[in-house]
Design a protein around this ligand. Structure first.
Ligand SMILES: N[C@@H](CCC(=O)N[C@@H](CS)C(=O)NCC(=O)O)C(=O)O
Length: 230
């Protein structure tokens, strides 16, 4: 686990508001009921993260808990969530679902995220601060090619239909359960929530109307709060 000593203080989540991966951890912290603080991170200047991790990481989210600094170690790791799960006893990774949850969060944080963030990014001018717009476009075009943002706008209908199809297995999962795997949320529920909260961030979109159980699940996970089990 990537862990270094840092100044005293409560749980801090270093993030920017529409990041799907930050939305996962923010909802998870809200669910836990533990006091925490959000620390806004610039899209382009990651020097704060770089310094806190002694030049080992520059992505968000990053968690600081008193003297501990916790961050991911590879693209599909869940170091922060597992740390919070054990620290706050949330029961998000029950042994009987080991492996299944790994498959689910990989699907959510790659397949679903890949379509959802493109749809949200179509509306980038509405949420990227003016001072960061150049850095934002530069970052996207370096990764996805020149003109990618306009290209995604031209593909909006196809991307929405792709997302609708990618959510069919999820709709079937929550057709018979209150949450994805059980009557209470596990980590996979928060993982999916973050990807969909990013998609819904600007208010331009709604969850597909035919996925009625998914829409009910979303209103449940949005307000779920942890109750200590006897
Ligand atoms: N697997 C990581 C992914 C984190 C990630 O990709 N964060 C993005 C923001 S959504 C980031 O900071 N990308 C690097 C950059 O913006 O320079 C996680 O779950 O935390």
């Amino acid at each position: 686990m990537a862990e270094f000593r840092a100044p005293q203080g409560m749980i801090r989540l270093y993030q920017f508001a529409w990041s799907p991966y930050c939305l996962v951890q923010k909802r998870l912290l809200e669910y836990s009921g533990a006091p925490f603080r959000l620390v806004k991170v610039s899209l382009t200047d990651r020097s704060k993260i770089w310094r806190l991790t002694r030049e080992r990481y520059y992505q968000v989210p990053l968690l600081q808990d008193g003297k501990r600094v916790v961050f991911e170690t590879h693209p599909d790791s869940q170091v922060i969530a597992k740390y919070l799960d054990s620290r706050l006893e949330l029961g998000l990774f029950p042994r009987e679902w080991d492996g299944v949850q790994d498959l689910l969060w990989r699907y959510f944080e790659n397949e679903i995220e890949g379509v959802a963030f493109r749809l949200n990014d179509i509306h980038w001018r509405e949420f990227v601060p003016a001072s960061e717009r150049c850095g934002f476009v530069r970052h996207k075009e370096r990764r996805f090619g020149r003109g990618c943002l306009d290209e995604w706008r031209s593909q909006e209908a196809a991307l929405l239909s792709q997302l609708d199809t990618l959510l069919v297995p999820v709709e079937r999962m929550v057709a018979t359960r209150r949450f994805l795997l059980s009557d209470r949320p596990f980590f996979a529920d928060f993982s999916l929530y973050g990807m969909l909260a990013n998609f819904l961030y600007t208010g331009h979109y709604e969850l597909p109307s035919r996925h009625v159980h998914l829409r009910e699940w979303y209103s449940r996970i949005l307000v779920a709060s942890h109750t200590k089990r006897a």
